[in-house]
Design a protein around this ligand. Structure first.
Ligand SMILES: C[S@@+](CC[C@H](N)C(=O)[O-])C[C@H]1O[C@@H](n2cnc3c(N)ncnc32)[C@H](O)[C@@H]1O
Length: 281
């Protein structure tokens, strides 16, 4: 068995900025790999930022959950009504289950899957939202429920966006019964790297991040609602969290043919970010 460590003890100084010790989630990790530890700390503000967008009416779906840095703070502090987490790596989901236990979270508050994110989106997320929304639209109560789908696999996640196009088509009958004003909003948080091979103005990177998403959704208009800069990875590589709002005409349209031909890019070594030559727009 691999060595484990209690993460929050080792990195307690880094976590102090964002957690009070009392309600800080405790994490077990499956390795003591220094690069990953470093990345975790770099992203801790981002995990907190996204978790802060949830509330008790949120449905939270993490398509690439790792060992739980989005879903654990959300479960502990925001108490969303539904959390479903998924990761392709069986080790990640094993350690997420362990983290649920050590944080004394009731197991029924989270459902955990081990599958490809494309399949997770097309099956688990679609079925869950439609089932709950159809049940509650009949209740007459005013609910402000929103579905939030997090996809933090920045070297690849943009390729999961086509899976949302037409994802509710096979549930059209159920969705049609829900009046438009009662349909729940879909937010997707897609992490990605915007890269250039030449020096470009700083604002080029955000435009590129938006363009990459628009290219994948192939919709008549951009579905990008916000673009949040997460960190500078290297001199010409920026990481963003692009937030998309998906309308029901997009979710119910004809799906695109499956394209599984895109391969995940190997991560490049990080370079100091101060190498960029500033160019003006
Ligand atoms: C950058 S890590 C992010 C982990 C965690 N969400 C975080 O924010 O620290 C990306 C995760 O995506 C998972 N992953 C890779 N390919 C996947 C796929 N096709 N479907 C679902 N998860 C995948 C990896 O196992 C890994 O845990």
């Amino acid at each position: 068995m691999q060595k484990t460590e209690q993460y929050c003890e080792k990195k307690s100084s880094a976590l102090k900025n964002t957690h009070t010790q009392k309600d800080a989630p405790k994490y077990f990790r499956s390795t003591s790999d220094g690069v990953l530890d470093d990345l975790w700390v770099k992203l801790s503000h981002e995990h907190e930022r996204v978790a802060s967008l949830f509330n008790t009416q949120s449905l939270v779906y993490d398509a690439c959950c790792g060992i739980g840095p989005f879903v654990l703070p959300a479960l502990i502090r925001k108490k969303p009504r539904r959390v479903i987490a998924n990761d392709l790596n069986p080790e990640s989901v094993k350690w997420l289950s362990e983290n649920v236990k050590i944080n004394k979270i009731k197991p029924e508050r989270i459902e955990i899957h081990n599958m490809d994110a494309n399949l997770f989106i097309k099956t688990k997320i679609a079925e869950d939202v439609v089932r709950l929304m159809a049940e509650e639209s009949c209740s007459g109560e005013e609910n402000r429920v929103e579905a939030h789908v997090v996809m933090n696999l920045p070297a690849y996640a943009v390729n999961f966006l086509p899976a949302f196009r037409g994802v509710l088509r096979k549930f059209k009958q159920e969705v049609d019964k829900v009046p438009e004003e009662k349909r729940w909003k879909w937010n997707v948080y897609c992490y990605l790297f915007a890269k250039s091979h030449v020096d470009v103005p700083d604002d080029w990177y955000e435009q590129e991040a938006r363009r990459m998403c628009d290219e994948k959704t192939k919709w008549e208009r951009s579905l990008v609602a916000k673009c949040h800069h997460v960190r500078t990875v290297s001199s010409r590589k920026e990481m963003f969290c692009v937030q998309l709002e998906l309308p029901y005409d997009f979710l119910l349209t004809e799906p695109l043919p499956d394209d599984t031909s895109v391969e995940i890019e190997p991560e490049e070594a990080e370079e100091p970010s101060n190498k960029r030559v500033k160019t003006s727009s």
